[in-house]
Ligand binder design. Structure first.
Ligand SMILES: Nc1ncnc2c1ncn2[C@@H]1O[C@H](COP(=O)(O)OP(=O)(O)O)[C@@H](O)[C@H]1O
Ligand SMILES: [Mg+2]
Length: 158
């Protein structure tokens, strides 16, 4: 087996210079994200994880950017949209405040991850179980000032 056979994945990179740029990248990403997906949304506080979700939600017709806010306290926001003519459930989670796998389990992720689900998790990398189950990762890094580097890695889909 070739080396690339080991879950090489596909990598997409974007650079943005403003929040509206990042929303536009989110809109593009929606086209790449065929459900079901469980994606870790990784990056320091204020890098633009929630901002990116605004664009994804917008492209799916699930919510306007202004309607997408951080699920910091509610843990989970749920939207319904359409992608390639099929209904999509968009789940946006922020698990920063959860401590330990037991607390994570109370979210019932297994029930969320249906065939039509796009699950985007901020701070999911804190949890081993989420890292194991993730179908990909979106990493946002600050690149000075308002610039951001966005790296999307998706596992090969079977
Ligand atoms: N290039 C950029 N991409 C995304 N957000 C940016 C960018 N430049 C500045 N910002 C600002 O950074 C903040 C990102 O906030 P948010 O999306 O809530 O971050 P996170 O969810 O990662 O904590 C917003 O205030 C946004 O206006
Ligand atoms: Mg956030």
């Amino acid at each position: 087996m070739s080396e690339s056979g080991v879950a090489a994945g596909k990598v997409h990179e974007f650079t943005t210079k403003s929040d509206s740029d990042t929303i536009a990248v989110g809109r593009k990403l929606a086209a790449l994200l065929a459900p079901p997906q469980l994606l870790l949304l990784t990056g320091d506080l204020g890098t633009g994880k929630t901002t990116l979700v605004k664009g994804i939600a917008q492209a799916l017709g699930a919510a306007e950017p202004d309607e997408v806010t951080s699920p910091t306290f509610t843990l989970l926001h749920e939207y319904e949209g359409v992608r390639e003519g099929k209904p999509v459930k968009l789940y946006h989670l922020d698990v920063y405040r959860l401590e330990g796998e037991r607390q994570l389990e109370t979210l019932g992720l297994d029930d969320l991850l249906t065939d039509d689900a796009l699950v985007l998790v901020e701070w999911g990398e804190k949890f081993r179980s989420l890292k194991k189950r993730a179908t990909g990762e979106i990493v946002i890094r600050s690149a000075g000032g308002d610039a951001r580097k966005i790296t999307v890695t998706l596992k090969e889909q079977g």
